[in-house]
Design a protein around this ligand. Structure first.
Ligand code: NAP
Length: 264
């Protein structure tokens, strides 16, 4: 098995990386940073987002495995004291491949069109003051948004920024995207829906901002500032991210353990 490994860089994650390499070598695995079969992330969800960014052009060929060194991660199945168990299973069993939807974001400017694939979400804010942008759903005008910003998340990203905005948590077997508002202005002049909306795979939405405004654009943990944006189209991507699951870990158990904790 060829694997690549990315860690968060803190002392514990670095020590676990060393341990992982030792255990992997003993089982005949080889390090391959350019075309691995498995990408191992040691750290938090933020580390997995970085690992995804690094290998997003090889999604058809790689599977991800997460080991968390902080609180329970949404993208991580394994704890720091379970490395030997994980490596033994990696050496002896075929994992279940679990696929999660991604968000395709097409940003059009006067100089062309750029496509991004987000694992968690796309975030739009204005660099200077209030964001003003028209929202269209399936090419029909829906609302004129005024406020701090808009977050469009994937099902697995629904437990991230989207959750802080009061959005729903979506099971990742649902191929959908969720639009959530950040502090919209609602009064007799300006009006938005106010609730978050969930669009199915065959729907899309367009955001049309003022092209004169400088925008803050977030794709997961990456932040860009762009001017001259004429439109942004979001839809569920055709490609998906694959996780190698060496033991079952139901999504709702993750949600309960991360946000509720303890026993009832
Ligand atoms: P960060 O600001 O250092 O960390 C943000 C927190 O979000 C971390 O605790 C991270 O977990 C957690 N997180 C990331 N993805 C998650 C997911 N799918 N479900 C539940 N929690 C998740 O930034 P970062 O580590 O680079 O992560 C970027 C992400 O931060 C964005 O994609 C966005 O979802 C989230 N974010 C949240 C808010 C908010 O809630 N107000 C604001 C901005 C961004 P770990 O500690 O395990 O890494």
């Amino acid at each position: 098995m060829k694997y690549a490994l990315l860690d968060r860089g803190d002392q514990l994650s670095r020590a676990l990386s060393e341990e992982f390499h030792t255990l992997a070598k003993a089982r005949g695995f080889t390090v391959n940073e350019s075309s691995p079969d498995i990408v191992v992330s040691i750290g938090g969800d933020g580390t997995l987002l970085q690992a995804y960014q690094r290998f997003k052009d090889q999604l058809a060929n790689v599977s991800f495995v997460g080991i968390h060194t902080g609180h329970l991660g949404f993208y991580a199945d394994w704890k720091k004291d379970e490395l030997t168990e994980l490596l033994d299973l990696m050496a002896s069993s075929t994992p279940q491949k679990v696929q999660y939807p991604l968000l395709q974001v097409e940003i059009s400017t006067s100089s062309g069109r750029t496509v991004y694939l987000a694992l968690n979400e796309f975030t739009l804010k204005s660099v200077d003051g209030t964001l003003v942008a028209a929202l269209h759903i399936n090419d029909e005008p829906f609302e004129m948004f005024r406020g701090d910003g808009i977050v469009i998340s994937t099902p697995t990203g629904s437990t991230g920024y989207n959750k802080s905005l009061g959005g729903a948590i979506l099971h990742p077997s649902l191929e959908a995207l969720q639009i959530a508002e950040i502090a919209s202005i609602n009064n007799r002049v300006y009006r938005t829906l106010g609730s978050s909306m969930i669009l199915p795979k065959h729907h899309h939405c367009d955001i049309v901002p003022d092209p004169e405004k400088k925008l803050y654009i977030g794709i997961d943990h990456l932040v860009l500032q762009m001017s001259g944006v004429s439109s942004i189209t979001c839809r569920v991507a055709e490609s998906k991210i694959t996780f190698a699951r060496y033991r079952p870990y139901p999504f709702w158990n993750r949600v309960r353990e991360a946000f509720i904790g303890g026993s009832m």
